[in-house]
Design a protein around this ligand. Structure first.
Ligand code: CMP
Length: 140
C-alpha cells in the first residue's frame, strides 16, 4: 500500500475557537482531500488509548485532559505522500518552531494546544485511521 492516506485531528483548541473551516481550507489548499470525516468528543480513557505511545511522557496527563476537554473533528486525508505532505502543512509540533504559513504557526496556542494532529508513519496512519473509522465510512 502506498502512502496515500493519513489521519488528521482538528483538536479542542480549534473547535472551541470555531476555526475548523480555516484549518480545513489550509489542508485542502495544500493539496489533500478529505475522504472521511466525523466529530467526536473523546473520554479520558479513549484519549489515553489514542495517545498510549506517550504514556511515559511528563506531559501525558495534561495531554489527556486537553484532548478530552472539548469536541474534535477527525478526518482521513488522501493524496500523494499524504503523511509527509500533511506534516508540512501542519508545521512543527511546537508552534514557536513552525514554519510561516503552516497551520500551527497560524493558529496553535502552544506546544500542547497545537490545533492539529497527524500520523507520523504509514503503520501509525493505518492504526489511527482504524481507531476512528470503519472501512465503509471512508467514502472518497
Ligand atoms: P501531536 O502531534 O498530537 O502528538 C502528541 C501531542 O502531545 C502533541 O501533538 C502535543 O499536543 C502534545 N505535546 C508534545 N510535546 C509536548 C510538550 N513538550 N509539552 C506539552 N505537550 C506536548
Amino acid at each position: 500500500m502506498t502512502n496515500k492516506r493519513t489521519l488528521s485531528i482538528i483538536k479542542p483548541d480549534a473547535t472551541e475557537r470555531n476555526i475548523n473551516g480555516a484549518v480545513l481550507k489550509m489542508i485542502e489548499e495544500g493539496g489533500l482531500r478529505v475522504i472521511a470525516q466525523k466529530r467526536a468528543h473523546l473520554s479520558r480513557e479513549e484519549g489515553a488509548e489514542f495517545y498510549a505511545v506517550h504514556a511515559e511522557r511528563p506531559f501525558f496527563d495534561e495531554l489527556i485532559d486537553y484532548i478530552s476537554s472539548a469536541p474534535i473533528t477527525v478526518q482521513v486525508l488522501e493524496g500523494d505522500d499524504a503523511i509527509e505532505r500533511y506534516r508540512e502543512i501542519m508545521g512543527s509540533t511546537n508552534p514557536a518552531d513552525a514554519e510561516p504559513h503552516t497551520i500551527r504557526a497560524s493558529y496553535a496556542v502552544d506546544i500542547l494546544r497545537n490545533t492539529v494532529h497527524g500520523s507520523d508513519s504509514e503503520e501509525n496512519a493505518h492504526q489511527e485511521i482504524s481507531f476512528f473509522f470503519n472501512e465503509d465510512e471512508i467514502i472518497g
